[in-house]
Each structure stands twice: as structure tokens, then as C-alpha cells.
Design a protein around this ligand. Sequence first.
Ligand SMILES: O=C([O-])[C@@H](O)[C@@H](O)[C@H](O)[C@@H](O)C(=O)[O-]
Ligand SMILES: [Mg+2]
Length: 421
Amino acid sequence: MDAKLIVDEVRLTPILISDPPLLNTQGVHQPFTPRLVVEVITRGGVSGLGETYGDGVYLGLARPLAGALPGRMVTDVNGLFALAAETAGAPRQDADAGVDASGLRGVRTADKLRLSVVSAFETACLDALGKTLGLPVHALLGGKVRDEVEYSAYLFHKWAGTDDWGAALDPAGVVAQARRFDREYGFRSFKLKGGVFEPEREIAAIRALAEAFPGRPLRLDPNGAWSVETSLAVARELKDVLEYLEDPASGTAAMAEIAARTDVPLATNMCVTTFEEIPRAFAENAVRIVLCDHHYWGGLHRTRELAALCRTFGVGLSMHSNTHLGISLAAMTQVAATLPGLHHACDTHYPWQTEDVVTTRPVFRAGRLAVSDAPGLGVDLDREALAVLHRRWLEDDGTYRDRDDAAAMRAVDPGWTPSRW
Ligand SMILES: O=C([O-])[C@@H](O)[C@@H](O)[C@H](O)[C@@H](O)C(=O)[O-]
Ligand SMILES: [Mg+2]
């Protein structure tokens, strides 16, 4: 056993990062959102980085795991799952509460919450191992099969806020946003977050995008806010321009019914988010594309396991994204580089984030990120930035420590409830 690879210390740093007022079916993004930075430091003095959700429930699971990890090898990433289960204790009463806190990422189970935490520890261990061996994370996952990973522009209806994007509340605003993404990042595909306004307005926005960017892949994602009939009506209206429709309705049964009655491919990051959900969804042909998220699937190795299952069943694979920083973007890019069957540009919220904890912001060229061959994830921690964002978390009175898009919406419109069409 190489003593250099033994975990000496684990540091957890909860932070609050600024976020623009992006609208979704559950409300609006709060001005700050929590993330958790995990550092695994080896006896060899190498620090590995991971990042995940930072809400209280995740922190509560991360702390005991961080306490139990010292003394173990960073190579023992398979052992993290058992260790996390052991240290988690009895699940919180609200752990199996049906959907995640923001209602946008499918079921919420104790297992899935734990996996979201394990993913950051796994990433940090792989980063530390790669840095020690002088190998990129993709080499530890079997090697890259591509040198660049393609990402898609993530368009949102939004309020003006204090950012420099301005408001986007109608088709013209959405097209203007897309033009900037096209100009500054070179993204080829465009995904619009839907479920905010009545479907006709969102159909008009997609039509406007199709006119402004003829032939470019377009996606619409209302996070399950539509009925089966509404979903089918939208699919009929947009079938000539959509690359796929993402989670038009909620749950496998509804998705399967829609899938059976339209040729528009359906994608999901809501009805297939755990291995347990796969057998039924695949048997019922509910989805043609699974949008993986290494956070809630349990890390980079599990992402590759999911990819193998999708390949076996002829289901496509791409990536989902929530608000995240450069550590997670690097992890997404490293694992995506190893997946042969990645047929769609991956989602990323990253361009919406102006703050980061990595020293160098990744640069998208023609909508793509180059796959780093530097040791580990290929990113370095900006400790000063981390301290500033942590101080914001410390000074917060609790308003922003748990993401709550509905609360942010109700602060403006007290009677607001999520719309369903
Ligand atoms: O952050 C948002 O508003 C997104 O809607 C996000 O929470 C979703 O999980 C995600 O982007 C999605 O594709 O469903
Ligand atoms: Mg989605």
C-alpha cells in the first residue's frame, strides 16, 4: 500500500454562489444558491477536488463521511458507497419525500441523496489519485474516446436581475439570449427551460429559435409541468424542429403514454434518475434519451455503468445540469470524454455562473470544451474565492442555505403556486 495515497484529511466547504433570476416551473432561482466543495487531502500532500449540492441535507450526510474517510486509500472509490451508507445513520424523515427539494430532479430518496454526496467524494478521490500518478481522470476511467465534449446553450426565461443578460420573457428575448450564447460560446444546440408560461408562448419561442437558427438542434424542457394531452399537442406543433422533448409530463406512466403516441424523442432527468427506475422505464419505452447527472447517479464510475445499460437497451445518453461550478464541469467533461455513445450535446448551467472556485474559467470554443490531459481533473482551487463564498454562507441567516425557488417567487408574488397545463 502506497502511504502517499492514504487520505489524511477531508475538508468540506459549504459556499453560496450568486445566481441570476432564472425561471422554471417551481419558481425562480434565488440570488444565491448553495454548493459544497469537498477536498480530499492525501498523506502525500495532494488535494483532490469534488463538488455537489450544498443544501443542509447534503451537508448532513457529507460531514460523517468526511470524518470516516481518513485512513482509507483514495483508490478505494468502490468502498465509498458502503462507508456512506454506514455513516449516514437513519434517513431523515423527509428523505423519501417523493421529489427533490426544488421538484426538478425527479424522485428524492435517502439513497439518491447519499449518492449525490458520494459523487463529490469519488470525484475528489479520483482527482487526488490522478494528480499523484500524473494521470488525467479520464485515464483512470479507461481513457478518453474524444478530445472535446460538446455542450448545449441552456436558455431560460428570466427576469432582468443584476446580471448583464437582461430580461427574457418572450420569444424575442429568448432569441436574443440564444444569439449571445451563439456569439460568445459557439453553442450549436439550444435547450429552453419551459413550464414557465402557457405552452403556446413556449411553442412560439421554439418557433422563433428555429427561424433564427435554421436546422440547429432545439430542446424544450418543462420539468413535467404538462399533462399527456398537452405534451402531445406541443409535440405535434414542434415535431419538425425538436431534437427532443425533455420531461414533458411527470412520471414514467405519463412519459410512456406520450412516447407511444408521438415520434418526437423523449429525454429525461426526472423519471430515470436512479438504477431502480430503469427496468420499468426501459421496458415501457418511456424515454429515448437519459440525461445523466454524475451527482445524483453516484459519481463518474456509476455514470459509466449507466452508459453501459443505455447502450445495451438502445437508449441514448447525454447529460443534465443544475447550477454548478468549474469543478463539476471538469468532472462532467472528463467522464463524458470516456463515453462512446454520447449522441447529444450535454447540458450545462455554467455560463450563468459568474463566480467560481477554480483559478481558470474553462473556455468554450464552438460550443465545446477541450478535454484536459493534465493530472486529475485539470483544475486548481482558488482559495481566496472559496473563502469569500464560504464567508457569504457563514453570514447568511439561513435564507439561502437550502435552495427554494418557490420561496423566491413568493417573495414577489405571495399567492404564487406552480402552474400545470
Ligand atoms: O435550475 C433550474 O432551473 C433547472 O430547471 C434545473 O433545476 C433542472 O434540474 C434541470 O436543469 C433540468 O434539466 O431539468
Ligand atoms: Mg430537465
